[in-house]
Design a protein around this ligand. Structure first.
Ligand SMILES: Cc1cc2nc3c(=O)[nH]c(=O)nc-3n(C[C@H](O)[C@H](O)[C@H](O)COP(=O)(O)OP(=O)(O)OC[C@H]3O[C@@H](n4cnc5c(N)ncnc54)[C@H](O)[C@@H]3O)c2cc1C
Length: 816
C-alpha cells in the first residue's frame, strides 16, 4: 500500500468507478501528480454491486455523448492498460408499447446516428428474430442499440486504476478523508494517515458525497435510493440457445413497465425501477452508518413482485427459473437524476463528480469531463445538464430532494414530453401575485423552483397531467397559446416573471471591468444592453441584460435557471482588491412583462413615466404609489416594458395595471406563448440555442462584438475564427411540419447527409408557421437553402429564412 504523499496537484476523494476514471483522465492529460484517497477498498461504494449495464441511449445530447464516449473507451481499455476484463457488447432492445414511445425512439435514433452510432428502430417481427424467447403481441416496436452491453464494474475500476498508476498517479486505499481546510491557495486534506496538501480537490464520494460536501460547507442535494436487481438460476433453454448461437441475448428493457432483463451467464438478471420506491438515510430513525462499504440493504421482494410477474409473461422461460439472489444497494440521486460534474459552487479549486445513477455507463465520459474542468476550467462539450450550478440552495431541502429523487427514480425510463411539468416538489417559490395568476387560469411549471404560468386555461379546458403526455403540438393548451400570442400582437399581454436573477454591480471601474468580460459594449447610464460572455475559446458562456443606472452602478439580469452559474461567472472574475461589490438581489425584486401595441396606453393610465423614451432605455416611476422601474424591452418582439418592482409592492402594482389593461384588451400570457413569440424574432434561449457547443460568431452574434474596444475574454479566439473557417452557422428555418414541431437536437439533412441540428422549434402564431432555430454547416447557411429536418423519424422540408426575424424584421413594432 502506498504511503500518503505530502503534496499533490489534485486529490480525488472516492475510489468508485467515477473517481478512478477521473484520476485516469487527469493522468492521461499529463496531470500525473494526482492522488486518489479511498475510505475502504476500491469499488466498495455503489460500484461493487452494480449490474454493469453500459447503455448509450439517452434523450439528452450531452448524456448520450458521455455514454458513447464511455462505450468506446471501454472497448479498447483492457488492451490499452493491459488489464483484460469482461465487457460484453450484446446490443439491447428497448420495447415500445405505444406511439409516443416510438416517437421518442425515432428521436433518439436521429441523435444516435448523428453521434455515429448505428441505432435503429425495429418492428415486432424483428424483435422476435433477435430475441426468440419474447412475447411481442402487444408491442408497437423497439429501439435496437448495437452498442449496448455489460461490463464487470470491479474489473472496469481496476483497469482504470492500473492505467492511472502506470501513468504515475497514486491511489491510497483505507484512507478516509475526515476534513478539509484552506491554507493560502492550497487545500489541506486530512486523513487518519496524515494530511495532504493540494491545489485542487474532487468530491467523488458516491452516496457519501453529501457528507464530504459538508466538509467544504456545501449542501449537496443528494438522496440515496434503494435499487435492486434479482439474479435467476440457469435456464436450460437459454443455455442451449446461447451455446448454439455463440452469443448472449441482447439486453431487454421494457421501459413502459420499467425494468431491464439481461442474460447473466446462462441465467437472467432482472432490475426494475419501481414506482413504489424507497429512499434511505433520510429520517432520524434511519441514519447512514459510519461505514457501509461492501454492504447491502435487506431484500424487498414485495416491491419486486409485480415486475417479476410482468417479465415472466414477457419472457416465459424466466418463469421456469429459480431465484438465486437479490442485490439491493444505494444509488445517489439528484433532484433531476443527472450527476454533478464540474466546479463546486462557491468553493475555490474544488470540483464535484458525484450523484451518478448510471455511474458505470457514464464513468468513462465523466472522467473526461471532470479532467477538463479541473485542468482547463472548461469542457469540450456543453455539459450544463450535469453542471452542479444548475441547483440553487432550495433544491437541497430534504423534503424537496426526497420527493424529486423518488419521482425521478420511479420514472427513470419515462418519456419527457415538452408540455409536461413534473408534479413533485412544487410550489417551493411563489410569486407575490401567484394567487392572481392562478385565479386567471394559470397552469404552472417550475423554473429554478419559481412557479410561472405556462399557459392560461379557460373553464372546461383539460389541465390534467395525462393530457400533456404527447409530442403533438395540439392539445388543450394550443388554442389558448394562440389567443395569448394574438393578444400580444393586437392589444397587450402581461406575463408574471418571478425569480428573474439579478445582481447589482457597483464601484469605480465597474464598466471597464465588465467590458473586459463581454464581447460588446457596456450601455451608457440610462440605457440597457444585451451582453454576451465568451469563454477563452470564443464559445458562448452566457448572456445577461445590463441595466446601467449610473457611471458606477448597474444591474445584471439573467434567467432564473442561470442564477448560480452567472453569479459564479461574475464572482470568480471580480478584482481581488475589493474595489467592486457584487450583490445578488434576486429575492428582493419581481418582474412583469407588459407587451403589445396597447402597452403604452395601459401604462399611461397608471403612471406618469415618460413613455416616449426609446427602446433600450429605463426609468423609475410610481404605480399605485409604489416604486417601479420600467425597462423598455420585449422578448416577445412588440412594443413593451418590463415592470420591475419590489416583491412587497408587486401585488399593488399588478392590481393597478390589470384593471387598466382590461380596458385595452389586456390578457395574461404564459411561458409557452413567450417561447413561441421569441422564436418568431429569432431570439435565442440560454442553454437551448446559446450553449458552449457554439462560438459567439457561429451563433450569429457579430453585432454584439466590438473589435475596437480592446481586449476581452475570448477576443483572440474569435478574431482568429473570423478570418478562418467556421464549422457552423445559426439559421432560422421555416419547416413544413405536420403535427409536431422540431424538438431540440433534431437532425438537419441535405440530401443524404446530416448537416446540422435544431436547437429550438415551435409554432409561430403571428406568422402561422412552424419555426426551427438551427445550426448548420456554415457554407450552407444561405437564405433560401432547402433542407430536411427529421422530426420523430419523418423528414420535413425546411427552408432557411432571410438573415432577419420572421416577425417585424425591421423592429418597427419594438421601437414604435
Ligand atoms: C443494484 C444496483 C445496480 C446498478 N446497476 C448499474 C448499471 O447496470 N449500470 C450503471 O451504469 N450503474 C448502475 N448502478 C449505479 C452505479 O453503481 C453507480 O452509479 C456508480 O457505482 C457510482 O460510482 P461512483 O464512483 O460515483 O460512486 P461509489 O462507487 O459509491 O464510489 C464512491 C467511493 O467514495 C468512497 N468514499 C466515500 N466517502 C469517502 C471519504 N470521506 N474519503 C475517502 N473515500 C470516500 C467510498 O468508499 C466509495 O468507494 C447500480 C447501482 C445499484 C445500487
Amino acid at each position: 500500500m502506498s504511503e500518503l504523499p505530502s503534496h499533490a496537484r489534485v486529490v480525488v476523494i472516492g475510489g468508485g468507478a467515477v473517481g478512478v476514471s477521473s484520476l485516469y483522465h487527469l493522468a492521461r492529460e499529463g496531470w500525473t501528480d494526482c492522488v486518489l484517497l479511498e475510505k475502504n477498498e476500491l469499488t466498495s461504494g455503489s460500484t461493487w454491486h452494480a449490474a454493469g449495464n453500459v447503455p448509450t441511449f439517452s434523450t439528452s445530447w450531452s448524456l448520450m455523448n458521455m455514454q458513447r464516449y464511455s462505450a468506446e473507451l471501454y472497448r479498447g481499455l483492457g488492451k490499452a492498460v493491459d488489464y483484460p476484463m469482461n465487457y460484453h457488447v450484446t446490443g439491447s432492445i428497448r420495447l415500445a408499447h405505444g406511439r409516443e414511445r416510438m416517437r421518442e425512439f425515432e428521436r433518439a435514433r436521429g441523435m444516435g446516428r448523428y453521434q455515429g452510432m448505428a441505432i435503429d428502430v425495429i418492428a415486432p417481427s424483428e424483435i422476435k428474430a433477435r430475441y426468440p424467447f419474447i412475447e411481442t403481441h402487444d408491442l408497437e416496436g423497439a429501439l435496437y442499440d448495437p452498442n449496448d452491453g455489460d461490463i464487470d464494474p470491479a474489473q472496469l475500476t481496476q483497469a482504470l486504476a492500473k492505467g492511472a498508476r502506470d501513468l504515475g498517479a497514486k491511489i491510497v486505499r483505507f484512507c478516509p478523508v475526515t476534513a478539509v481546510r484552506r491554507a493560502g491557495d492550497e487545500w489541506v486534506v486530512s486523513t487518519p494517515k496524515g494530511d495532504i496538501r493540494c491545489l485542487k480537490v474532487v468530491n467523488a464520494a458516491g452516496y457519501r458525497a453529501k457528507e464530504v460536501g459538508a466538509m467544504f460547507g456545501r449542501d449537496i442535494p443528494l438522496v440515496a435510493m434503494s435499487h435492486q436487481y434479482i439474479l435467476f438460476d440457469e435456464i436450460p433453454e437459454l443455455k442451449a440457445w446461447s451455446e448454439a448461437e455463440g452469443r448472449k441475448l441482447p439486453l431487454l428493457r421494457d421501459v413502459d413497465t420499467s425494468y431491464y432483463l439481461r442474460q447473466e451467464k446462462n441465467g437472467m438478471n432482472l432490475g426494475p425501477y419501481e414506482r413504489d420506491c424507497r429512499a434511505h438515510w433520510v429520517t432520524a430513525d434511519d441514519p447512514m452508518p459510519e461505514d457501509f462499504s461492501f454492504q447491502l440493504y435487506p431484500d424487498d421482494l414485495d416491491r419486486l413482485t409485480p415486475y417479476m410477474e410482468d417479465a415472466m409473461a414477457r419472457v416465459p422461460i424466466l418463469a421456469t427459473a429459480g431465484l438465486s439472489k437479490v442485490i439491493n444497494g444505494p444509488i445517489p440521486y439528484a433532484p433531476d437524476g443527472n450527476p454533478l460534474i464540474g466546479p463546486m459552487p462557491g468553493v475555490p479549486n474544488a470540483f464535484e463528480a458525484c450523484l451518478f445513477t448510471f455511474g458505470i455507463a457514464q464513468a468513462g465520459g465523466a472522467g473526461k469531463v471532470l479532467a477538463e474542468w479541473v485542468i482547463h476550467g472548461e469542457t469540450e462539450w456543453d455539459m450544463w445538464s450535469c453542471d452542479p450550478r444548475r441547483f440553487t440552495p432550495f433544491a437541497s431541502a430534504p423534503d424537496y430532494a426526497v420527493s424529486k429523487a423518488k419521482e425521478v427514480y420511479g420514472h427513470e425510463y419515462a418519456i419527457h414530453f415538452p408540455r409536461h411539468a413534473w408534479p413533485a416538489g412544487r410550489d417551493r417559490k411563489l410569486s407575490a401575485i401567484h394567487d392572481r395568476t392562478k385565479a386567471l387560469g394559470g397552469v404552472f411549471g417550475a423554473y429554478n423552483g419559481w412557479e410561472r404560468a405556462l399557459w392560461y386555461a379557460c373553464a372546461g379546458d383539460d389541465v390534467s397531467e395525462s393530457s400533456t403526455m404527447t409530442f403533438d403540438r395540439d392539445g388543450p393548451w394550443h388554442k389558448r397559446i394562440r389567443e395569448e400570442c394574438l393578444a400580444v400582437r393586437d392589444a397587450a399581454g402581461i406575463l408574471d416573471l418571478p425569480g428573474f436573477s439579478r445582481f447589482n454591480l457597483d464601484g469605480p471601474g465597474a464598466a471597464k471591468w465588465l467590458s473586459d468580460l463581454i464581447t460588446g459594449n457596456v450601455p451608457k447610464p440610462g440605457r440597457i444592453g444585451l451582453a454576451y460572455f465568451a469563454d477563452r475559446r470564443g464559445r458562448l458562456a452566457t448572456e445577461m441584460t445590463i441595466v446601467r443606472h449610473t457611471e458606477t452602478l448597474m444591474t445584471l439580469i439573467t434567467a432564473a435557471t442561470a442564477q448560480l452559474h452567472d453569479w459564479e461567472w461574475l464572482r470568480t472574475a471580480l478584482p481581488a482588491d475589493g474595489s467592486l461589490t457584487l450583490i445578488d438581489r434576486t429575492a428582493e425584486y419581481s418582474t412583469q412583462i407588459l407587451t403589445g401595441p396597447a402597452s403604452r396606453a395601459i401604462l399611461a393610465d397608471v403612471c406618469a413615466a415618460d413613455l416616449s423614451m426609446p427602446w433600450l432605455t429605463h426609468q423609475e416611476t410610481e404605480i399605485a404609489g409604489r416604486w417601479a422601474k420600467l425597462v423598455r424591452v420585449s422578448f416577445a418582439g412588440e412594443l413593451g416594458w418590463e415592470i420591475h418592482t419590489k416583491v412587497e409592492d408587486t401585488a399593488a402594482v399588478f392590481d393597478a395595471v390589470w384593471p387598466a389593461g382590461e380596458r385595452h384588451g389586456l390578457k395574461p400570457f404564459g411561458m409557452f406563448a413567450l417561447d413561441a413569440l421569441r422564436l418568431e424574432k429569432g431570439y435565442k434561449a440560454w442553454k437551448q440555442d446559446l450553449s458552449t457547443d457554439y462560438s459567439v460568431l457561429e451563433l450569429g452574434l457579430e453585432r454584439f462584438i466590438n473589435w475596437e474596444k480592446g481586449d476581452f475574454v475570448g477576443r483572440k479566439a474569435l478574431w482568429q475564427a473570423i478570418h478562418g473557417k467556421w464549422a457552423k452557422r445559426f439559421v432560422t428555418l421555416v419547416v413544413d411540419a405536420e403535427t409536431c414541431d422540431a424538438p431540440y437536437m433534431s437532425t438537419v439533412w441535405k440530401g443524404n447527409r446530416i448537416v446540422g441540428e435544431t436547437t429550438s422549434g415551435g409554432w409561430g402564431h403571428r406568422v402561422d408557421k412552424s419555426i426551427a432555430l438551427a445550426m448548420v454547416k456554415a457554407h450552407l447557411a444561405r437564405p433560401g437553402t432547402e433542407f430536411e429536418v427529421e422530426i420523430f423519424g419523418e423528414k420535413r422540408r425546411a427552408v432557411v429564412h432571410d438573415d432577419a426575424a420572421l416577425w417585424d424584421p425591421e423592429n418597427l413594432r419594438l421601437r414604435s
